[in-house]
Design a protein around this ligand. Sequence first.
Ligand SMILES: [Zn+2]
Length: 83
Amino acid sequence: MRYLILFVLLCLFYYFFKKVFFPSKRQEKILRRHRVESADKELVQDPQCHTYIPKETSLKAQINGEVCYFCSRECLEKFKRGT
Ligand SMILES: [Zn+2]
């Protein structure tokens, strides 16, 4: 019987913690998504394949003193090699 009470208490504890931690986590996610969305609005052009990519997800590289943004490492390497 003692174990049953302990079990119930543990369940309640778990439930309480879940309730406390879940809303904050969700809010954090929403906040992060919002931050990414606002950063995503800035588009940059890949000088290698000429596609537009969000600055946030692009690969930044400094080539000949100029900052370039690439869609992938492949494009970066290709551009560096000059092909
Ligand atoms: Zn590319």
